[in-house]
Design a binder for this molecule. Structure first.
Ligand code: TA6
Length: 297
């Protein structure tokens, strides 16, 4: 990967542009011959990805906040080092509200562009063994995300959860189905974390859904009849899949989410959470890699 100082200051003409995004937060716009993406340094957060002549792949709420210390609602929040609530510490870790450092830009001969970020040192990390988190976003006709976490402690294990909490844009929540999870055990958050087994080939959503599918490594697909496309989620280094749609009541309760927006999104999240958490030995690196691609139905 190239990390020339001038590229990191000025971008790459026609490929990588640095802008003030919403809330005046620093944003990177990436263009390839086949696609465009937008990434905020705040959270190393991909807020937009779209193939030429197709609707966006990622959902972003019209009501999202764009402010320091606030998570962005939509796109791909990077959840680390814990998932869900943690007493006294808030929800979903601190990585999503930190301004990540831009480390490298790499335009490749095949036309793709990769951007690497690193989580900065921050006071919240002091409660954990010393660790490094690198996030590489590769923009091409697919979007590839790679989160690598290294435990720098010489002798302490690092227990962690990670998740790419991806919000997908769909034509109509009532007209999608999600495949690839049949037979998996899941924790049903809507039913007080009851453990259940998925019996459906194709999951339909017509009420609040908040599930952690455990021990799931196979690709998951969102079949979107209304947009006439399929989104394919392939992953490595992830054994949990979270499926979430807040539906009507929860949507109304979220100040940074539109009342009707639940109809146009679904989260299918790849990570390692709950009993699938990672116990990273001293000196070792754990890598989570997710590829998002679309194809016509
Ligand atoms: O991944 C699903 C979930 O954990 C839900 O329980 C829901 O609350 C959602 O994430 C959003 O969390 P947030 O902290 O971004 O409001």
């Amino acid at each position: 990967m190239a990390s020339g100082k001038s590229e990191l200051n000025d971008g790459i003409p026609g490929r990588v542009t640095f802008l003030d995004g919403r809330g005046e937060l620093a944003m990177i716009e990436v263009s390839t011959a086949r696609s465009t993406a937008e990434i905020y340094l705040h959270g190393a957060h991909v807020t937009h990805f779209k193939k030429k002549d197709e609707p966006p792949v990622l959902f972003l709420s019209q009501c999202s906040r764009f402010a320091e210390n606030e998570p962005i609602r939509g796109g791909i929040p990077v959840i680390l080092p814990w998932f869900g609530p943690r007493e006294g510490l808030g929800q979903h870790g601190f990585a999503r509200v930190k301004k990540w450092e831009l480390k490298e830009l790499a335009p490749a001969p095949d036309g793709s562009v990769s951007v690497r970020f690193r989580l900065p040192d921050c006071p919240e990390a002091s409660g954990f063994p010393p660790f490094t988190a690198d996030f590489i976003v590769t923009v091409d006709d697919a979007l590839t995300l790679q989160l690598s976490i290294t435990n720098n402690s010489p002798d302490q294990e690092f227990p962690l959860e990670n998740c790419l909490h991806t919000y997908f844009e769909v034509g109509d929540i009532n007209a999608i189905s999600i495949t690839g999870l049949k037979g998996a055990n899941y924790l049903d958050k809507v039913a007080n974390f009851a453990q259940k087994t998925e019996i459906n080939d194709a999951i339909k959503i017509n009420s609040e859904v908040d599930r952690i599918y455990l021990n799931t490594v196979e690709p998951v697909e969102i079949i979107d009849a209304r947009l006439g496309r399929k989104i394919r989620i392939e992953k490595h280094g992830s054994v949990s899949t979270v499926v979430w749609n807040p539906w009507i009541t929860r949507a109304q309760q979220m100040p940074d989410f539109g009342n009707e927006e639940y109809q146009r999104m679904v989260c299918v999240e790849s990570g390692n959470v709950a009993s699938n958490n990672i116990k990273l030995p001293p000196g070792e690196t754990s890598t989570l890699k997710v590829k998002l691609s679309t194809m016509p139905l």
